[in-house]
Design a protein around this ligand. Structure first.
Ligand code: GLA
Length: 377
């Protein structure tokens, strides 16, 4: 009798702890991140691998809110800039961690022609259209595809951008799968289809600081970009159409160089960008996943490699950060305290017939994959 009471007790204890583990597990993989002004509740999803790399992503704007990555001693730090609360993202963000579309980067004067029709887009960056317009994909609530998502591992987001949204033609159905892989990668797989010819150029806008978000400047990070050419821009950061060799210029990152080593050189392109804010023409073949860039931060030992199927990479050195954004942990993000490596087609491609096309026709599928892979040295 004694034995059976003891074993029942043990059984009950085990059952209770198993249930609480499961509960803990589910509350750890999905939690509320608050409500948008119209009352829509959005969530924060946690993806984690067995090595302890962890991403927290919200379906508001598809924003990567935090990304915990270990340093060479095994200590994790959050390596992306961002905010603690949804309201800060809604109020004013320079695209921290967001999904960008329908067109990442700029379209000159917010105009382009397709099939003999002129389309006029929202203009939100001087005279130009930037990152999808006034309400781009970074500011919409994405749906979560629960069937396709794998809790704790892959988050699949979908969004239907209506015909005419921000001036673009066609109903565009977009799907983005974020995964944290066992190989310490944040992998982003994009796809889209349309019912009318349109232009698409999707990207991701995390600001990285491999020493930890809020730890200071990124100028000591060393950067390699596998690109022999870049797209020079005018004063509105619209490509002139030229593909210029990087050789002999501060745009040459074909050998790993500190971001800050030449950033203040009196090179006209650096002056136009207020630092680096340009698109590099990647050497790797377009359409196959391959290495585009590598960043190394020597105090932490963290390395981030960027692999992509895209033909271009926008390297932005956080030139517009100026301390006005109060980030996670109440830290003010100062000038050049984060950098972006945005995989994409070249800016203003809809107006540059010689650039790889960004046109998507009905019946075709747009696909793009980018991997941010972390390691230490
Ligand atoms: C992109 C642009 C930059 C800037 C940032 C957001 O990277 O190229 O010029 O607009 O987004 O501040």
């Amino acid at each position: 009798m004694k034995t059976s009471i003891a074993s029942i007790t043990i059984f009950l204890i085990l059952a209770a702890s198993f249930t609480s583990c499961n509960k803990q597990e589910s509350s750890m993989t999905k939690q509320s991140f608050g409500k948008t002004p119209d009352g829509t509740e959005v969530f924060l999803y946690t993806l984690r691998n067995k090595n302890g790399m962890e991403a927290r992503i919200t379906n508001y704007g598809g924003i990567v809110v935090s990304l915990m990555v270990k340093d060479r001693s095994g200590n994790p730090s959050d390596v992306v800039l961002g905010f603690d609360s949804l309201s800060s993202y809604i109020k004013d963000t320079p695209y921290f961690g967001a999904l960008i579309g329908r067109y990442g980067n700029r379209i000159g004067k917010g105009e382009f022609q397709l099939g003999g029709v002129k389309y006029t887009l929202a203009v939100n960056n001087g005279a130009n259209h930037l990152h999808g317009g006034l309400k781009g994909f970074d500011k919409v609530v994405w749906s979560v595809d629960d069937k396709a998502s794998v809790p704790g591992e892959t988050l699949v987001l979908t969004y239907v951008s209506r015909d005419g949204e921000e001036g673009y033609p066609g109903n565009l159905s977009v799907r983005v799968a974020y995964s944290v892989t066992s190989n310490n990668e944040l992998k982003i797989e994009y796809s889209a289809s349309t019912d009318k010819a349109t232009v698409v150029n999707l990207t991701h806008h995390s600001y990285f600081n491999l020493a930890g978000a809020g730890s200071g400047s990124i100028l000591d990070h060393e950067l390699f970009i596998d690109a022999a050419r870049f797209t020079p821009v005018d004063s509105g950061l619209i490509p002139t159409g030229e593909l210029r060799n990087v050789g002999g210029t501060p745009m040459d990152f074909t050998t790993q160089t500190a971001i800050g080593a030449r950033i203040n050189d009196s090179y006209e392109q650096l002056q136009k960008g207020g630092g680096y804010d340009h698109n590099w023409v990647l050497n790797k073949p377009f359409g196959t996943l391959g290495l585009a860039a590598r960043a190394y931060e020597k105090t932490s030992g963290r390395i981030m490699e960027v692999l992509t199927t895209e033909p271009g990479l926008q390297f932005y050195s956080g030139n517009f950060l100026n301390g006005t954004h109060v980030g996670k942990g109440a830290v003010k993000y100062q000038h050049r305290s984060g950098f972006c490596l945005e995989t994409q087609h070249y800016p203003d491609s809809p107006n540059k017939p010689d650039f790889p096309t960004t046109v998507l026709e009905p019946g075709k599928t747009y696909t793009s994959t980018t991997v941010y892979r972390f390691s230490v040295k």
